[in-house]
Design a protein around this ligand. Structure first.
Ligand SMILES: [Zn+2]
Length: 328
């Protein structure tokens, strides 16, 4: 039963990483099967494997993502976590969802699996949940921290499965990993009919606003993952980028609590979401990594309603914009 105050809203989620969306109870089970010594108490489990409070350093975060990676050990497991992800989305009133994953991230932990096998597991999961009234689209992620050659392999794989992907994305740490080298890859993806979203302007680094601009102008991004730093006056060229994004109609996939947990903003109350909307930027609300963060989209609606005073009618507007910006 969905008894939240947003139960009757039809929700769209555009930014959710499937490979970090494992239910906590399933993660516990899978890690135990993988031979991990999983603590019995839920608070100790959370401390070891989940991200519940802002992280001090990237290393501690990566460790937690690696635990999720460890769990994704077979086609059957991938089918299960995909099915559960759709079931959980349906339970909270999501009827349109785009799920993204990085084939290289899953394969790094399980070298015996090919990209094809990983993808087959995910498609099995979508089939097993296809009786639910949730439209689901898949987005493939290039990891910007890996060599271009690796991303080229990922794109070849995506093009071989073009009918089961709606788009591509560039993700991971922006600091020191420029978007520009990926330009030819995104041109090829676009020429092949794939839609494009790019993680950019997430952390408060000096290149944050420029990365958003490059993502739109050179990587053909129709949406931006995060992009919140264009509302940060301390970032070079943020003001003109904010105006540019508003004018372009490019939607920002905003993930409020994720931004707090990664220290992109100090709190949800300090999130520039209202400033972005006031400037005329289209936005949607998303979870990012609901498994590792251990919350759902309803939690995010509650968080921005409580901290920033957003109402059901604001959520309706944002959901309409999300629907229009969806690649489905
Ligand atoms: Zn993300």
């Amino acid at each position: 039963m969905n008894s939240s105050r947003w139960a009757s809203l039809k929700k769209t989620e555009l930014h959710r990483h499937l490979d970090c969306s494992i239910r906590a109870s399933t993660l516990r089970e899978l890690l135990a099967l993988a031979g991990e010594s999983v603590p019995a108490s839920s608070s100790e489990f959370a401390a070891k494997y989940l991200v519940k409070e802002p992280m001090r350093d990237l290393g501690s975060v990566l460790g937690k993502f690696l635990a999720a990676q460890k769990a994704l050990s077979s086609r059957e497991v991938l089918a299960r976590i995909t099915r559960e992800c759709v079931e959980d989305a349906h339970a909270e009133g999501i009827d349109l969802m785009e799920l993204r994953y990085a084939p290289t991230f899953i394969q790094d932990g399980h070298e015996h699996m090919s990209f094809d096998e990983i993808h087959a597991g995910i498609l099995d999961g979508l089939k097993a949940s296809s009786h639910l009234p949730v439209k689901v689209g898949l987005i493939a992620i290039f990891q910007r921290i890996k060599p271009i050659k690796v991303a080229e392999n990922v794109l070849d794989f995506v093009l071989n499965h073009k009918d089961t992907f709606v788009g591509v994305d560039l993700a991971d740490d922006e600091d020191g990993f420029e978007p520009r080298p990926f330009e030819p890859l995104f041109a090829k993806a676009k020429a092949n009919g794939l839609r494009i979203t790019v993680h950019a302007g997430e952390a408060p680094i000096a290149s944050a606003a420029d990365n958003v601009r490059i993502a739109i102008d050179r990587l053909h991004a129709e949406r931006i993952g995060h992009g919140l730093q264009i509302a940060n006056p301390e970032i070079p060229r943020s003001r003109e980028t904010l105006e540019y994004v508003a004018k372009s109609g490019v939607l920002l996939e905003i993930c409020p609590t994720s931004n707090v947990l990664t220290n992109a903003v100090p709190s949800v109350a300090a999130h520039p979401l209202p400033k972005l909307r006031q400037a005329g930027v289209k936005v949607s609300i998303n979870t990012d990594d609901p498994g590792v963060f251990d919350f759902n989209l309803t939690h995010e609606y509650d968080a921005v309603a409580d901290a920033l005073g957003l109402t059901a009618s604001d959520f309706e507007t944002m959901n309409q914009d999300a629907r229009r910006a969806s690649f489905l």
